[in-house]
Structure formats: structure tokens, C-alpha cells
Design a protein around this ligand. Sequence first.
Ligand SMILES: *[C@@H]1O[C@H](CO)[C@@H](O)[C@H](O)[C@H]1NC(C)=O
Ligand SMILES: *[C@@H]1O[C@H](CO)[C@@H](O)[C@H](O)[C@H]1NC(C)=O
Ligand SMILES: *[C@@H]1O[C@H](CO)[C@@H](O)[C@H](O)[C@H]1NC(C)=O
Ligand SMILES: *[C@@H]1O[C@H](CO)[C@@H](O)[C@H](O)[C@H]1NC(C)=O
Length: 402
Amino acid sequence: MESVTRIGQVIGCNRYKILLLLSLFNAVVLGIAGAVKTPTLINPESITKTIKSDEDGEVVDCVDIYKQPAFSHPLLANHTIQMKPGSYPARVEETRSSSNSSNFSELLIQNWHKNGKYCPEGTIPIARSKVNPKDRKAHPKAFSLDDYVIVDALGHEHAQVTLEGGNYHGATGKFNVWNPVTFHPEFSLAQMWVIAGDGADLNTIEAGWMVNSVTNNFNTSLFTFWTSDGYRSTGCYNLDCPGFVQTSNKIALGMHLNMISQYNGQQFETKITVHKDPTSGNWWLQIQGEDVGYWPSALFKALSSTATAINWGGEITNTNPDGRHTPTQMGSGHFASEGWKKAAFVRNLGYVDESCTIRDPDHDLIPLTTRAECYSVHLGNFDQTYGAHFYYGGPGLSLSCH
Ligand SMILES: *[C@@H]1O[C@H](CO)[C@@H](O)[C@H](O)[C@H]1NC(C)=O
Ligand SMILES: *[C@@H]1O[C@H](CO)[C@@H](O)[C@H](O)[C@H]1NC(C)=O
Ligand SMILES: *[C@@H]1O[C@H](CO)[C@@H](O)[C@H](O)[C@H]1NC(C)=O
Ligand SMILES: *[C@@H]1O[C@H](CO)[C@@H](O)[C@H](O)[C@H]1NC(C)=O
């Protein structure tokens, strides 16, 4: 409820800003489910090892790093792989030196490498799709690229904060991770968006965690997404299409996060950073201190320069069967106003400025909800431990949301 007032104030006092926001928002509302591609075929000869998780049967193929999907992208025909970022933005570097990569598995556990069996050096893990290509087509409207009205009507709902108006070289945040109940066929996610351009030139880089019941993935997974044409015909999740270049042999995008072992009485969270490498211009992704890989600058037009907006927050889709909102949860399923230990949060938000330093967005964050009676957002007061942070989420269908 409070967030509605806040948005109202923004509308009232700053028209220019809200215009900008709305056009951005329309694009964002089209949402992440925008593009779906048939998984890129990986030449079986490029697979050097296959690892199956004992616990949930997920399968990862270890693929020769030089034969990964990215390199079949026409714009990457002559691309030379960058194995490590040339540098890190100031605050990321601090975090890296204080973390020990041998502690990695304690920090982030995916079942497939629970016993320390990562993919061999020189290969990268690619999650084998559990989805029958036929099932992907079962809900074509959820993925319609051609008809914005349908996608829009399908109901992408957001509870997020936005930072815009600057030149951003990256963004970071610690995402509190949950396993929201997600009605089939919908998704529920928490992520950040790194954005430039608009309309058909909208470029986004997106990363976070999600439950995607559209692909029958009811467990919480790490994911990435990108588009270079406003969700029309470019981009995809993870390594489902050529584009993202992975360098890490440890993190498999699209694979489940094992959250149970992480609890220990603490709230499980995962730190995600995207930063533009000043020398190559590539946008590097770091998860939990691990350099996962990068989106080559060559994929983008607007984002070949800097980002002009960053969003952090939750997004769900509501298929509205029988004219009624579904009980798909966002975040923990609790409203933002319920706060600490109940509502999901994202903390230590930061953006990378032009001098490659991570800054606190603090006073410049604008909260935004599409339906606050269903999913709300609440900015917390800046403090030393939590930095710039916010709570978000909601239960979906309820007395107020239907
Ligand atoms: C790759 O190199 C070839 C030969 O120099 C050139 O013709 C082609 O345009 C290059 N492709 C890209 C995408 O840069
Ligand atoms: C890594 O492990 C060492 C030894 O167990 C511990 O002292 C250190 O605090 C750990 N680092 C992190 C970032 O958890
Ligand atoms: C990381 O951990 C290993 C094994 O616990 C230890 O030998 C090494 O010194 C640690 N490195 C740092 C930078 O803490
Ligand atoms: C995935 O979900 C199933 C069913 O809810 C559960 O039994 C399993 O433990 C989950 N796996 C992980 C890695 O959380």
C-alpha cells in the first residue's frame, strides 16, 4: 500500500521522469518470457563428460569451451574468447580478495557438483534441457513475440525498484532466494535488468533466480537472459541460443540451487554482479564471486555503450484463468510490508559508475509496482549491513488481489 503512495508522489512531482519510466516500463512489462528458442544443438563430440545429479536427476554436459553455443552467432564469427575480465569495479575486487574460491561450494551449491565434481578445466557446464520441445509449444501465447497485446494481457506483473538517468557500467545486488509457489504455466523470478535503448532497439541483460513452471521447473534455478531488439527475435535464457560466452566450469545456468543446505538459520542469498569490462567492452557476469562468463559487446547496439537504467525486483506472469488472478507467489509469498524474515529482499544494491567504482544508489531508487494489491515493494532505510535494499513480493490471489 505504501508503495502506491510513493509512486503517486513520483507521478505528481516529476512528469518527465515518469514518462521515461513508463516507456521503459512498457518494454519491461513485455517481460522476460518474451523470447524462447529451441535449444542450440551441441555437437555430441564437443561433450567431454556428462554429470548427473544423484538427488534430482538433472544432467549437465561438459562442453569444450571453444565449441560452446556462443560461437555459432554470426556476430561472433571472429570472436576471441576473453578468459577473465581485464579488471573488476572497485568494490567487487574487495569482495573477491576476501572470498576464497576454494570455499565456493560452501557458498553456492548446485546438486550436480555437490561432491566437488565440477566440469573439467577447459569445458563449461551446460544444463541439459528437461523440456520436450513439444511442451515448449504447448503455451505459445506465453512466448508470443509478435503480438505485444497478448503478452501484455497475459499479465507480467512487477514489484521493483528503478535507477535511471545515468550512465551505468554495471550493477550488483544480493538476492535473497526463495522457492515461490508458481501456478502452471507461469513463472516467478527475482532479477536485475541492465538496460539501454528502447522499442526495437531495447537492449537488456538480465540475471537472477527463477521458478519457471512453463518449462516444468518448479525448483529455483539461476538464470540469465538477454535481448538486443526489445524481445523480438534475439536473445534467450542461459545458453539456449548463441550469445553468452561462458568461461566458468563451476556454475551451470538453468540448474537448480540447493537451498536447504544453505539455511543454517540464515537467509540464503546469492550475490550477482554485472560489469562492463573497460578494455573489451564485454559485460561480465559474476555470481557469488565466480566469473561465470560475459555477453560480448558485439551482441548489442545500445549496450555496446553504457546502460541508462538498472532495475532490481520481482516479476511474475499471471495467466488469469477464468478471469481470476492465480496464486503464484512473488519472492517469499509475503508482502513487502511484512519485512525482515518474512518478505524477500534484495540488498547491497550498487551500480558501477564511469570510473569503474561501485556506488550506492540510495536516494535515487524509484519503487514501481504494477498491482500493489497483489505484489508490493518497500524501500528499506539505508544501513551499513544492508546498504541500499528493498523488500518485495506477495501471495498472488487473495481477498485484495483477484
Ligand atoms: C570475420 O573475418 C572475416 C575475414 O576477415 C570477415 O570477412 C568478416 O566480416 C568477419 N566477421 C565479423 C562478424 O566480424
Ligand atoms: C573460507 O574458508 C576459510 C577456512 O574454512 C574461512 O576461514 C573463511 O572465512 C572462508 N571464507 C569465506 C568467504 O567464507
Ligand atoms: C584459500 O583456501 C585454501 C585452502 O583452505 C588456503 O590454502 C589458501 O591460503 C586460501 N587463500 C586465501 C586467499 O585465503
Ligand atoms: C526440487 O523440487 C522437488 C519437488 O518439490 C524436491 O523434491 C527437490 O528436493 C527439489 N530439488 C532441489 C535441488 O531443491
